[in-house]
Design a protein. Structure first.
Length: 221
């Protein structure tokens, strides 16, 4: 039975996932670089970057949880020979989560005193996390997104974004939108912002964009 793009018959716009991944690659790299540059004993800077890590962790967790809930199950129900791709994505999520948990466990000790040893332990965990994450993102874009385009409807695909918005505290949503849009080109910005209600777009331009710029200047020094 042909299950290609069932329900609505429209193809999902999976390129938005590429834009999201671009932000995750950038932020996972910057986390390790910025923390590595913190001078021993600079607890004020450590607190800023520890909060930055917690925001990053929240965004990545909610993004991956949405895929676990709304992407893998319908794909596994519709693919046959390509089920191994979906199962590989699930296994990679577990590896990413494990490396992120190791970094999370190293944050409190470094945040308290900004010690050099604690900093280096955290940086090593973040470098390991990024390597595993980037491997997953690359594989997902190459192998998984084509499956989603063939087998999911636009409505099913959009459930990922709905899940992220529902599971993320509202004060954080504009920050994550800024992370996604930071390196987006004009057409990608239109793709991300276009479906939003007018009030949400107005909120982004009037409040979210300048707020994001201020927060990023503080994070990146």
């Amino acid at each position: 039975m042909d299950t290609t793009n069932d329900a609505t018959g429209t193809c999902p716009h999976t390129h938005e996932m590429v834009v999201i991944h671009r932000g995750l690659r950038r932020e996972s790299r910057l986390l390790a670089e910025l923390i590595a540059a913190v001078a021993p004993g600079d607890t004020a800077r450590a607190r800023v970057l520890a909060d930055y890590f917690r925001d990053y962790r929240l965004g990545l967790h909610n993004h991956h949880h949405g895929e676990d809930e709304h992407l893998w199950p319908p794909l596994l129900a519709r693919v046959d020979l390509e089920a191994d791709v979906v199962l590989r994505m699930e296994a990679q999520h577990e590896k990413v989560a494990a490396t992120l948990a190791r970094a999370e466990a190293a944050v409190p000790a470094w945040e308290r005193a900004a010690g050099e040893t604690e900093r280096d332990v955290l940086v090593a965990a973040l470098v390991e996390h990024r390597a595993v994450l980037v491997e997953h993102l690359d594989d997902e874009e190459e192998s998984l997104l084509p499956l989603a385009e063939r087998h999911l409807s636009a409505r099913e695909w959009n459930a990922l974004g709905d899940h992220f918005m529902a599971s993320t505290p509202k004060p954080k949503l504009l920050f994550f939108l800024g992370m996604v849009l930071e390196e987006a080109d004009r057409s990608e910005r239109s793709m991300i912002l276009g479906p939003l209600p007018f009030a949400a777009r107005l909120l982004w331009y009037a409040v979210g964009r300048p707020q994001y710029a201020r927060k990023i200047r503080r994070i990146r020094g």
